[in-house]
Write a protein that binds this ligand. Structure first.
Ligand code: SF4
Length: 511
């Protein structure tokens, strides 16, 4: 059977023209799941074609009309962020062929299978892992058999009745490595920054804001098997712009001992990949982890999340500010801090301006003291997390809010999560911008403080309507300009010393 697998990018509508945004604008790495399923289907004897719209930077199927014409099945993978593009792709397919079977996969269709099957012109949804389910679905369709025995499948019959087949067992960790390696041999040259690979699935934690699949469970491939797979795809790394390999795991170092074993195998085989991965501060502190992983680290992200212990406890990440600081210090000592991104969330649903400032202050401290990069992102209501489920149960959010381009610009959706008022958010933005300016003086070639002012606030509460919410900003800018050639570390106390009026509560990230 011929199957087309489509990866819709995360897009937003710019005056009627959808364009890729977020990670799909920079094209960090190819969508691993789609390329893996292509390899699995080919191994099962099918003709599988990937339509990589992320690489194209487009939502248009026009270049593929001929390829789609004789497909027996079309698969589309979607997260909540790429779901609006997936809807667009579904509608283009239906305009081309009214009766071609469409199967959806990925976390968003998995969560909302009943709603999507009853609302959109699609036939099947694979819930969770697709390796067994998709192959089994293709075999059933090719043989003209019933799909009732296909595991993990939700489907509707000709009368529109929806059925949910039972889920099959999760793939065993030993078996994860037995599937064929994705074929990146046809990737367009130098479009992606790096390749993608998986070494584990899931995470033993269940952080309250996190919507990743397979929380509270973790399956890691044995070190030798992972390195076999990595070695198998390394020749194709030359097709990428930066020659990196993104390990797409939720937490690559969930078992730091296994991560060290991986580095041992890499050393034994003389391999020197430049890896990009996610880690946790507690793993960084595991004895021997940092020196072992350093030679193979291109960039890595630590989900720091909060700058105060009560918030970290509410999230349930198993870290404290002391652990985060110890990790940053250790990275500094091993000259790894500039390759470390510490990401923080601002405006978690319980937070007031005071807690958000504590987080900004702590993040600034880690940057100024240890030189780690900091990413400050406002909380976004993404389905699947414990926080989202609670708001769904309270009737504040629901699955219909994610169908259109730009849903993250929706003021209601933003303010259902972030409880600060617009003036407080503007004050925080202005202070972070001041910090960014100082960071630019110290690191002109690298963005060390990444931050985006929330779009719903910019759109509905523009600065000119808000009045002078932070009248110390111009002073901060002057104070932040050091003499030419000054290479002293920028100290966050500079912000605190700026002559912002003392009765303003949000003046002092660095105080
Ligand atoms: S945020 Fe990270 S540590 Fe927490 S549940 Fe998600 S993947 Fe696991």
């Amino acid at each position: 059977m011929k199957i087309a697998l489509i990866s819709p990018p995360i897009m937003d509508d710019f005056w009627g023209e959808p364009r890729p945004i977020a990670m799909d604008a920079v094209r960090e790495c190819p969508p691993y799941g789609i390329y893996l399923l292509q390899a699995v289907l080919r191994q099962a004897g099918h003709q599988a074609l990937v339509i990589d719209l992320i690489a194209d930077g487009s939502n248009s199927l026009k270049p593929y009309v001929h390829d789609l014409a004789d497909c027996g099945l079309i698969g589309i993978a979607a997260t909540s962020m790429s779901w609006p593009t997936a809807c667009d792709v579904v509608s283009q397919i239906r305009d081309l062929q009214a009766d071609i079977p469409i199967v959806l996969g990925g976390i968003h269709p998995t969560m909302f299978d009943r709603y999507i099957l009853s609302t959109f012109p699609v036939d099947y949804i694979v819930r969770g892992e697709g390796e067994v389910a998709l192959t089994s679905l293709c075999t059933a369709l090719e043989g003209g058999r019933s799909v009732e025995s296909v595991p993990n499948l939700s489907w509707k019959d000709v009368d529109g009745r929806i059925f949910r087949n039972p889920a099959g067992p999760k793939i065993h960790k030993e078996d994860l490595g037995q599937y064929p390696i994705p074929d990146f041999g046809q990737l367009p040259m130098k479009v992606y920054k790096g390749l993608s690979i998986e070494s584990s699935r899931g995470c033993v934690f269940d952080c309250s804001f996190c919507s990743t699949s397979y929380r509270r469970s973790w399956r890691g491939m044995p070190a030798e098997i992972f390195v076999d797979r990595l070695q198998g795809m390394l020749p194709q790394v030359e097709r990428t712009e930066l020659g990196m390999v993104h390990v797409i795991d939720d937490e690559f170092s969930m078992n730091p001992k296994r991560a060290i074993e991986i580095t041992d195998v890499l050393c034994d085989r003389g391999l020197t990949p430049s890896l990009v991965y996610d880690s946790r501060a507690t793993d960084v502190l595991y004895d021997g982890f940092v020196p072992a992983i350093a030679p193979f680290t291109g960039q890595f992200l630590i989900g720091a999340e909060c700058g105060y212990d009560a918030g970290l406890e509410r999230i349930g990440k198993g870290t404290t500010t002391q652990i985060l600081e110890d990790a940053a210090r250790l990275l500094y000592q091993h000259h790894l801090s500039e390759r470390a991104d510490f990401s923080f969330i601002l405006g978690l649903p319980w937070e007031t301006a005071k807690e958000v400032c504590q987080t900004c202050s702590f993040a600034s401290h880690l940057y100024a003291t240890y030189g780690v990069r900091i990413l400050l992102q406002w909380y976004c209501q993404i389905p699947g997390s414990r926080l989202w489920d609670a708001d769904r149960a309270a009737g504040l959010v629901n699955e219909t809010m994610y169908n259109d381009y730009g849903f993250f610009r929706d003021l209601y959706l933003f303010r259902a999560g972030v409880k600060l008022n617009p003036a407080e958010i503007w004050q925080i933005s202005q202070s972070v911008e001041a910090l960014q300016q100082m960071a630019r003086l110290r690191h002109p070639d690298q963005i060390m403080v990444e931050y985006g002012h929330p779009e719903p606030i910019a759109l509905y509460f523009p600065e000119f309507l808000m009045g002078p919410v932070c009248d110390g900003l111009s002073n901060l800018r002057e104070v932040a300009s050091p003499p030419r050639g000054n290479t002293d570390p920028i100290r966050v106390e500079v912000i605190a010393r700026a002559p912002v009026s003392l009765d303003r509560p949000l003046r002092h990230f660095g105080a």
